[in-house]
Design a protein. Structure first.
Length: 370
């Protein structure tokens, strides 16, 4: 079977978000199981037009070059085209390969209120090029492409009714989990209270709240993984918070070439998420697989409420005190681990993807118009 992933990023070229890491985990595992896998993604930085990453053929095009993207999708001649979030690429794939099977995963279905938060953050970060994401992901062709797909899924529960309404679907999208890789590092919690932050050091993520929290809890070790959208942003934050003794600014860590990412989660008691909005962050699932409790303002699928502490009025200090008291973090972390193992277990999630691909290829040609 030949499979083509359509995704806005592929982990390793200037963007290290959840879409890219989830796609890389899934794509490389499918290659190991004998599938022919191609990824079509916008080029970032000096990313080559063609490369091979762990057996996956990665094809890139200049951002928003519709003609080149269409040509790559048509030349791919895949049995299944799987969009990792609806975009104009989803519609282009339908036009380029009308006889192929088309699957869509709605990873982070953003409605108007979400886009307001995004736009404010982009202006604060002066990331004006990112404004092009709005028309690329939100236009009538994208909605039509989702309705025309052979199968539509979400990797979490809370966004299923949101996606149904946004794309005017006849039925709720199915659930298709992100596979969470088994750890190569044993879970071994630090003796000293340890919390971590995983994410971009940008306005929407608000890492300063995590850094400032370190000042209030000198007895707790704080470890921040990530970097800013620009080198200047990263350097400015490093200089601003360099004097906090219990704060370790680890910076960016490539989780596909180093075990350091896993080591930090293994030692951490709690993952702190300070973002203004999120889907269901992949970092929640990864941290839960290492028995970390979740301290967060956002609460997708009730993750923070059930497996940690949901923060009210940005009072992260109170939430941290509650989780540290009587080792509440340990019980919540173990419950998170059990949940993620059941719902997002690696082998189970891979098998669910394979079952979807088999089904849509067998039913190819029965697509309805919309």
């Amino acid at each position: 079977m030949k499979l083509c992933f359509i995704v806005s990023e592929f982990f390793g070229w200037g963007k290290y978000g959840g879409y890219g890491s989830a796609t890389r985990v899934l794509a490389t595992e499918l290659v190991r199981r004998g599938l022919d896998v191609t990824v079509v993604t916008p080029a970032r930085g000096d990313q080559p037009e063609r490369e091979n990453v762990e057996g996956v053929a990665v094809l890139s095009f200049r951002a928003h070059s519709i003609k080149t993207q269409f040509s790559l999708l048509r030349a791919c001649q895949a049995d299944v085209y799987h969009s990792q979030e609806p975009s104009l690429g989803t519609w282009l794939a339908l036009q380029a390969a009308p006889n192929g099977a088309h699957v869509v995963t709605c990873r982070d279905t953003r409605v108007t209120a979400d886009w307001v938060v995004e736009l404010r953050s982009w202006f604060l970060d002066r990331s004006f090029r990112t404004l092009l994401t709005l028309p690329y992901e939100n236009n009538p062709l994208v909605s039509r492409a989702v309705r025309l797909a052979d199968a539509v899924y979400c990797p979490n529960e809370f966004s299923r009714p949101i996606a149904k309404k946004k794309y005017q679907l006849a039925a709720l999208p199915g659930f298709l989990p992100n596979p969470v890789r088994p750890s190569s590092v044993p879970v071994q919690k630090a003796e000293r209270p340890t919390v971590c932050f995983v994410g971009r050091w940008d306005s929407r993520k608000r890492p300063q709240l995590f850094f400032d929290l370190a000042r209030k809890f000198p007895e707790v070790r704080f470890s921040a993984l990530g970097q800013g959208r620009t080198a200047a942003r990263t350097l400015a934050l490093r200089r601003q918070y360099a004097g906090i003794d219990n704060l370790e600014l680890e910076g960016f860590i490539d989780q596909f070439s180093s075990t350091r990412f896993q080591q930090v989660l293994s030692q951490s008691w709690i993952l702190v998420n300070t973002a203004l909005r999120e889907g269901l962050p992949r970092s929640f699932l990864e941290a839960a697989s290492f028995k970390c409790a979740i301290l967060s303002r956002v609460d997708p699928d009730g993750f923070a409420s059930r497996f940690g502490w949901r923060v009210a009025n940005d009072d992260f200090a109170d939430g941290l005190r509650q989780l540290l008291k009587d080792e509440t973090w340990r019980r919540r972390g173990e419950e998170a681990h059990d949940y993620v193992t059941r719902k997002y277990g690696f082998e189970q999630a891979i098998q669910q993807h394979l079952a979807v691909y088999r089904q849509v290829t067998q039913n190819r040609g029965t697509r309805l118009t919309a």
